[in-house]
Ligand binder design. Sequence first.
Ligand code: ATP
Ligand code: MG
Length: 416
Amino acid sequence: MPVKRKRSSRQKRKDFSAYDLHKLLHELQVHSEEITAQNEQLIKAQRELELARDRYADLYDFAPIGYVSLDVRGNIADINRAGAALLGRPRQYLLDLPFARTITAADYPAFRKYLALNRSEGGVGVVEVQPRAEPRRTIKLMSRSVVLSAGDNRLLVAMIDSTDARRIEAEREEALRREQERAAELGVEIAARRESEARVKALLNRLVTAQEEERRRIARNLHDHLGQQLTALRLTIDALKQERLSKEDSAKRLDLIDRLASQIDRDVDLLAWDLRPAELDDAGLTAAIETLLRQWAVAQNITADFHVSAPDALRVSRDRESHLYRIVQEALHNVGKHASARKVSVMIECRDDDLTVIVEDDGRGFRVDEPHTGSGMGLISMQERAALIGGRIDWESAPGQGTTVFVRIPAKALES
Ligand SMILES: Nc1ncnc2c1ncn2[C@@H]1O[C@H](COP(=O)(O)OP(=O)(O)OP(=O)(O)O)[C@@H](O)[C@H]1O
Ligand SMILES: [Mg+2]
């Protein structure tokens, strides 16, 4: 049997004819060509892949915004040039470094929270951090979580420089805050102006009323005193003309006429003095004030002192004299009305050509800083008169400390 089998295999080899060999060779050749074509395709595909990878690398590297990929521990697995520039460190230095080490400590909690959120939910989180490197900038991190292979999660993070946006936002907020502040200030100013306008209006009303009052008083005086006296005078003269009187009666009537005329003379003087003290014109400011003080002190039974340290030739314009006189008059009036003082001093000083008039009492005093809500006009009219003649007026007073009124007129205001 083995001999038979040997024979059969030889037979087979004999049957593998030249034709078969040829066919086999041909098939081999076809395969080889197919493999070569496939190989060429593979090489081409590989080249395209390499090109695509290079293009991607270029895009990644030269992208205008920063990209960083973080591994599961938050270490920097890769970072492009813009990203490294934003962190202010060389790229090689940054690789494998925990990202947290590149930002300020104040931003750690927010950054950790952001990492945890992105890992657990894989969502798009946003956080703003400041890199440690100077100059300080603000970077907005926006991320996407990807799985590269089992267990290798990466967080792809885009880094956008939001410093300018932040600055503009901060400037806008600051401008808004300033505007709101200014609006509030303006509101206060407007309220204060309205209040002072209302005060001026009320003052003007009171001034007009006071003026009317003054006119009525003068008219009453004219009517009650001069009018009556003139009527009496006229009647007496008429009677003297018409009646046949004895010499003795005529002398009596003439005497009455004389007394009436003298009385009228005195009253006219008084009225004129009320309007403008004649002494101001005759003897000047200091003498007129001295007379006023002396007469007032006698009437009030108060001790009065008068000091002048001003040149005799001190002349102040008529207008100013009159205002200064009225200021002193009102100051004395207030002492009599409110102070219960024992002593009053009036001083007129001229230093460096500035004129100062001081009225001082040792009475009960008052709180200067408290607004006077009463209907009193004295202090206001003194203030107005001082301002009208280019000067200023100040009160120094406190309860139980007496009162001193200072009126100061600068030299240049006196000259004009
Ligand atoms: N020398 C003073 N001593 C004490 N209190 C004074 C003195 N001068 C002014 N005062 C206080 O200041 C207030 C205001 O004075 P002001 O002259 O403006 O009003 P008035 O004297 O009350 O009224 P008016 O002057 O219109 O007659 C007075 O009511 C008084 O309380
Ligand atoms: Mg007064």
